[in-house]
Design a binder for this molecule. Structure first.
Ligand code: ADP
Length: 169
C-alpha cells in the first residue's frame, strides 16, 4: 500500500528518492516548479534533458508521459519530468492529468524509487482548478499499482494544502 502524505513548501528541498517536475514538453525548463528545479539542481539536469530530446523525444515529451533524469545538486536522487495538460473549459483533459501521476509512478518503479514527491501538476501556469487537480491526483495515486511506499504531495501555499487535505479525507 502506498502511503500518501502532505507537506507545505518547496519540492526542491525534499529528501525523497525522486521528485516530479511539472515540465513542459520542450524539457528545456520554464517557470514555476520547473524553473525552481533547474535553478536549484544546476546545469546537469538540463544537460540530461537535452540528451533525452536528442535521443528519444525529438518532438518533445508528449502530455501525460514521464521520463527521468538524475537530480544534480538536489537532495533527491532523480527528477521525473512529466507534462501536464493545459486546463480547458471546453474539453475534459482529466485523463491526461491522471496519466501524469500514473506514468510518473511507473517510472519511479523502474528506477526503484520508494519515496516520491509530487507538486500539484497543471495547477499553476497551466491553469487547472486546484480542487479538481487535487482530487484527480489523490484518486490516481490511490488506484495506482505501484511499489512506491510513500507519495508526498508538496504544496506551495495554504490554498493548495487545503485542497489536498480535503481530497485525502
Ligand atoms: P504547470 O505548468 O503544470 O501548471 P507550475 O509549476 O506552474 O506547473 O505549477 C504547478 C504547481 O506547483 C502550482 O500549484 C504552483 O503553485 C506549484 N509550485 C510552484 N513552485 C513550486 C515549488 N518550488 N515547489 C512546489 N510547488 C511549486
Amino acid at each position: 500500500m502506498t502511503h500518501i502524505t502532505l507537506a507545505k513548501g518547496d519540492i526542491t528541498t525534499q529528501h525523497v528518492d525522486a521528485i516530479v517536475n511539472a515540465a513542459n514538453s520542450s524539457l528545456m525548463g520554464g517557470g514555476g516548479v520547473d524553473g525552481a528545479i533547474h535553478r536549484r539542481g544546476g546545469p546537469e539536469i538540463l544537460a540530461e534533458c537535452r540528451a533525452l530530446r536528442a535521443s528519444q523525444y525529438g518532438r518533445g515529451l508528449p502530455t501525460g508521459q514521464a521520463v527521468a533524469t538524475t537530480a544534480g545538486e538536489l537532495p533527491a536522487r532523480w527528477v521525473i519530468h512529466t507534462v501536464g495538460p493545459v486546463w480547458s473549459a471546453s474539453e475534459d483533459r482529466s485523463e491526461a492529468l491522471a496519466s501524469c501521476y500514473r506514468e510518473s509512478l511507473c517510472v519511479a518503479d523502474e528506477l526503484g524509487a520508494r519515496t516520491v514527491a509530487f507538486p500539484a501538476i497543471s495547477t499553476g501556469i497551466y491553469g487547472w482548478p486546484m480542487d479538481d487537480g487535487a482530487r484527480i491526483a489523490v484518486r490516481t495515486v490511490r488506484e495506482a499499482d505501484t511499489s512506491v511506499a510513500e507519495v508526498r504531495f508538496v504544496l506551495f501555499d495554504d490554498a493548495a494544502y487545503r485542497a489536498f487535505a480535503d481530497a485525502v479525507r
